[in-house]
Design a protein around this ligand. Structure first.
Ligand code: TUI
Length: 310
């Protein structure tokens, strides 16, 4: 399938794997790229040398193009930004902030720059600054979110910029991909479905919570602190939301969440851990290899898009 995004990144299918903190490590990124999509290492809050090692490991596993997501709230972001230039990757995606300070450095190194945005204004700003594409991420996504839905954000961003738009948030199968294309996207980014991939190193308890999730099982913590995060409901979210209601300060709230994503992903603590996942978790019912997912989804997408042409 050829789109502006497959051409930009040199991939077979217009599917990017989200740069999920802790989850998107080298096994997953390599498996997605090897299957014809675009695998992404989530640098999150990892030290720069760990990111360097992760990049090298992907290169050992596949010769296909892949990228790194630089999480801009990480105080180490400037060092991580340099590591991706030194090691060389096809593209960088960025999240949770404005990547303007690093954009020219990446472009000069021949790296494609794809900021994740949650608004039309940010998409316009990124196009002006020289971004190659944008990911328009709706509030259905897991993790750190904006407020616009994918259904409303994607067509508005597609109208506002000339660079290709990648839709994210609430996409988990070929129906979602076909719908995103109809809204004006040239590709999609998916996270939640890849959490349960066979190649994903996420703890079995966390995978089980995603596989058993129902449509309305996610919750948004941190609306009061200005850092809204979508996670599956558990003891941690119930306590967090109660504390937010009482007007507990940012510091105490951060103590409750500190390291909680690592606890969930690595230790399988589904009681006190932070189970970041998108609203589409309710639809994700099977663990498959990345190749199986990709082939199934592309078959579904093609059948739907062909049908619409008749
Ligand atoms: O970045 C994400 N999702 C994430 S990052 C993350 S790790 C984390 N853990 C604990 C606390 C905070 C983060 C988990 N999930 N998605 C991309 C995204 N970026 N969504 C929204 C934005 C965004 C928000 C504001 C992009 C730009 C922006 O601009 C603000 C500015 O500086 O102008």
């Amino acid at each position: 399938m050829k789109t502006e995004i497959t051409e930009l990144l040199g991939i077979s299918y217009p599917i990017l794997q989200g740069g999920m903190a802790w989850v998107a490590e080298y096994h997953l990124a390599a498996a997605v790229s090897d299957a014809g999509g675009f695998g992404i290492i989530g640098a999150a809050s990892a030290p720069p040398e760990v990111v360097r090692e992760q990049i090298r490991k992907v290169k050992e596993l596949t010769e296909k193009p892949f990228g790194v997501n630089v999480m801009l709230m990480n105080p180490n972001a400037p060092e991580v930004a340099k590591v991706v230039v030194e090691e060389g990757v096809t593209a960088v995606t960025t999240g949770a902030g404005n990547p303007a300070p690093f954009l020219n450095m990446w472009k000069d190194a021949g790296i494609k720059v794809i900021p994740v945005v949650a608004s039309v204004a940010m998409a316009r700003m990124m196009e002006k600054a020289g971004a190659d594409a944008v990911v328009a991420e709706g509030t259905e996504s897991g993790g750190h979110i904006g407020s616009a839905t994918t259904m409303t954000l994607v067509p508005q961003v597609a109208d506002a910029v000339k660079i290709p738009v990648i839709a994210a948030g609430g996409i988990g199968d070929g129906r979602g991909i076909a719908a995103a294309m109809m809204l004006g996207a040239e590709g999609v980014q998916m996270g939640t479905r890849f959490i349960v991939a066979k190649e994903s190193i996420v703890h079995a308890n966390y995978k089980e919570r995603v596989l058993k999730a129902k449509d309305i099982d996610s919750e948004v913590t941190g609306r009061s602190t200005g850092h809204p995060i979508r996670v599956l409901r558990n003891k941690m979210t119930r306590e967090y939301l109660k504390m937010e209601e009482r007007g507990v300060g940012l510091e105490e709230l951060e103590l409750l969440t500190l390291g909680s994503l690592r606890k969930a992903v690595m230790e399988g603590d589904v009681v006190n851990g932070s189970l970041m996942a998108g609203q589409i978790a309710g639809m994700i019912k099977k663990e498959q290899t990345c190749k199986e997912m990709m082939e199934e989804m592309m078959k579904e997408t093609k059948a739907l898009l062909d049908r619409k042409l008749q």
